[in-house]
Design a protein around this ligand. Structure first.
Ligand SMILES: Cc1cc2nc3c(=O)[nH]c(=O)nc-3n(C[C@H](O)[C@H](O)[C@H](O)COP(=O)(O)OP(=O)(O)OC[C@H]3O[C@@H](n4cnc5c(N)ncnc54)[C@H](O)[C@@H]3O)c2cc1C
Length: 671
């Protein structure tokens, strides 16, 4: 059994990363030319890593299942990216970002990694500005910041509601420069279906050309997995339809431990589900909570009238509204972290106060912001005694400037004008904090196999703060991996090319081909989506926002049953040697069906509430925190790292005990 060693360097936290970089082995520029690195995934994490490694001189082979790196799911990121620049002069610092992230993650992340993340956060902004990323600027031309949940400063850099897209274009241009020079070989429309190990080290992958169906062997001295999160295990989520866990799960089966699978983020501000035939959910960025106020009717009869379409929100007087986040959490109000806001919305809706037909929606209302900004604008423009209509119009123009594209998106989906009536929102699966276990070097438990971005379990603990995923993905890709992988590769300067005509490649290729053959030949009775939806329903109902022992045990059994049924009855039309999206989906859903079970098992093991993982058995019974999640540091201050042993239920749990030397463990209160 491999020992779980986080490899955190010794010394004071603020010096660890600098001392580490000073002492690691380097590969000289001439030798880098003889070393190949495979990067699977070219979203923000993989794209930034591929560009940087190629810039350093390594030969990079990059893979993505889309037709271009520009289409990675990272493009969907709306709200922004955090960095401790303290441009607003509101008291921010590396330490404060570190503190907020550890606290936000409910004290379930590794201190040293989070400190490093905070330390390099400022570099990310400089790098992206140098690439031409058009971050929002204030009237004086300086970079603007806004605030996100769970913090008391404004440290979020943004490009309207399209931050991910703009950052991805930056990373993509950096990649393109290297593609043009031949330092990156870009394999679009290729899906990694397994990893190949030689003498215990990751030395290559088996990939399928998604256009022709051809199975290819690719070798390298190290393999980097940057394939994003597994939120689509719930079927419905805000993730891209193609987001999947296959690469992460396949490496898990080949020896990489999988950490904290139960830590999922359910985002509070998504467009509510409209019916059974929906295949995707849409996020309304958290940035909207800077200006929108969340409420439900104070009286059940009003809520009921709204649900029946007999009353409009605008007809409910101010005193009859319950701004429940402001009421329950006066210090943070509408900007409490996502897990807290999601649970509070569920609590109100479960009590019958929901505001749409299904009773699963709350309001996000901008009326107060229209008035506040409008009044300011009237003053700035020297308009004396403006009418209420004039004020609202002026205020709406400011909101449009800040969030116009989000308002437009909402109107397109719901067919209601959010400038005239409050938006309706409800929590939905959004992000996975769990993922492949990595040490301080971002290496998995398989030597030479790295994992970065959302695909790994670092650095958000049990709950990620808004705008921190982009920060982590880019920190990993631009500023951390390029150092740590060099230290490993310095032992490979004499290895030479890794051949692919070896028994190790033969064996894995055969496994991959056999599985594809099975899907095509099974000729079952139900589509892949049929099983995916069933899995998603179990996950949402029993492993969703609130979890308990009974439901988790049922979920484990039910997922097993769905999996057995899937392998007997799945139907995949079409052939193998052609573009076949049903075949792609079949492989991905097969992996979700295993991951889902481990997810529930992990949730069952963790009999405490922390971050996004809320166990109904673990709730504060008294005092000011009554009714809130109850963490148990005595028994659960560890990272769960699961080792694959055949069936998900046979997985062996390894614990990485978490040490908190620089932050005191406290009750996480946002009151
Ligand atoms: C709607 C939405 C809005 C968000 N907004 C924000 C925000 O404002 N701020 C923030 O910090 N975070 C935000 N997030 C989270 C953030 O966008 C993601 O966590 C982040 O972009 C993930 O980046 P990544 O590079 O790890 O993975 P991805 O961007 O998901 O990229 C995955 C890559 O892997 C490739 N891939 C996957 N599997 C395979 C395979 N088997 N073979 C080959 N290639 C493969 C894909 O082709 C793709 O290139 C948001 C998330 C959502 C869903």
């Amino acid at each position: 059994m491999a020992k779980l060693d986080s490899k955190v360097p010794k010394g004071p936290i603020a010096d660890k990363w600098t001392t580490y970089k000073d002492k690691i082995d380097l590969v000289n520029p001439a030798n880098k030319r003889n070393i190949d690195v495979i990067v699977v995934g070219t979203g923000l994490a993989g794209g930034s890593a591929a560009a940087t490694l190629a810039e350093l001189g390594y030969n990079v082979k990059a893979f993505a299942y889309q037709d271009s790196p520009r289409r990675a799911h990272s493009i969907a990121a709306q709200g922004g990216i955090n960095a401790a620049k303290n441009y607003m002069g509101d008291g921010d610092s590396n330490y404060r970002l570190f503190y907020d992230t550890v606290k936000g993650g409910d004290y379930r992340s590794r201190e040293a990694n989070v400190y490093r993340l905070s330390e390099v956060s400022g570099n990310i902004i400089d790098q992206c500005v140098a690439q031409g990323v058009p971050f929002a600027r204030d009237y004086g031309g300086l970079l603007d910041n806004r605030s996100f949940g769970g913090v008391l400063v404004s440290r979020t850099f943004y490009a309207k509601g399209q931050t991910g897209q703009q950052l991805l274009l930056g990373a993509y241009s950096a990649m393109n420069r290297q593609i043009a020079r031949g330092k990156i070989e870009m394999y679009n429309r290729h899906e990694m279906l397994d990893v190949v190990k030689v003498d215990g080290k990751a030395r290559g992958i088996i990939a399928r050309n998604l256009i022709t169906g051809e199975i290819e062997r690719h070798s390298a001295h190290a393999v980097v997995i940057a394939t994003g999160g597994y939120g689509n295990v719930y079927f419905l989520s805000t993730n891209a339809m193609g987001s999947n866990a296959t690469a992460a799960w396949k490496i898990h089966k080949k020896g990489a431990y999988f950490a904290n699978p139960c830590y999922t983020q359910i985002h509070p501000t998504c467009i509510p589900r409209s019916g059974d035939y929906q295949s995707k959910l849409t996020l309304m960025s958290e940035s909207l909570r800077n200006d929108g106020r969340i409420w439900v009717p104070k009286h059940l009869e009003d809520a009921k009238a709204i649900q029946e379409g007999k009353l409009k929100p605008t007809q409910i007087a101010e005193e009859n509204r319950d701004y429940y986040l402001e009421r329950r959490y006066p210090a943070f109000g509408n900007l409490v972290p996502r897990d807290v806001a999601s649970r509070a919305a569920k609590e109100r809706c479960d009590a019958g106060y929901g505001v749409n037909k299904t009773g699963e929606a709350v309001y996000l209302d901008f009326a107060a912001a229209f008035e506040r900004y409008g009044t300011q604008q009237a003053k700035i423009k020297g308009i004396h005694n403006p009418s209420k209509e004039e004020i609202i119009k002026l205020g709406q123009a400011i909101i449009e400037e800040k969030y116009g594209n989000l308002f437009q998106m909402y109107e397109k989906i719901i067919a209601e004008n959010p400038y005239e009536t409050p938006m309706m929102i409800y929590p939905a699966t959004h992000y996975t904090m769990g993922g492949v276990w990595v040490d301080y070097n971002l290496m998995t438990t398989v030597p030479g196999l790295y994992c970065i971005g959302e695909a790994n379990f670092s650095d958000h603990g049990a709950n990620r703060l808004g705008a921190s995923a982009l920060m982590q993905g880019l920190a990993d890709g631009y500023f951390v991996l390029p150092y740590t992988i060099g230290d490993y590769l310095s032992d490979d300067i004499r290895t030479g090319k890794i051949p692919t005509d070896t028994p190790e490649f033969d064996e894995v290729e055969k496994e991959v081909k056999d599985r594809l053959d099975f899907f095509i030949n099974n000729k079952g009775t139900h589509s892949v989506d049929y099983f995916h939806k069933k899995l998603g329903k179990v996950m949402w109902d029993k492993v969703g926002m609130a979890r308990n022992e009974k439901h988790l045990k049922e979920a484990i059994d039910e997922i097993k049953e769905i999996r057995e049924d899937f392998w007997k009855n799945v139907k995949v039309p079409g052939g193998q040697n052609e573009f076949n999206q049903e075949l792609e989906k079949a492989g991905r859903v097969a992996d979700f069906l295993e991951l889902g079970e481990l997810f529930a098992l992990d949730a069952l093991d963790r009999n405490e509430s922390c971050g996004g993982h809320f166990r109904e058995e673990s709730v504060e019974q008294d005092g000011p925190q009554k009714g809130e999640a109850l963490r148990n540091d005595k028994d659960y201050a560890y990272v769960s790292a699961w080792e694959y042993k055949g069936e998900p239920s046979d997985a062996v749990l390894h614990k990485e005990e978490l040490e908190f030397k620089d932050i005191e463990l406290k009750t996480r209160s946002y009151k």
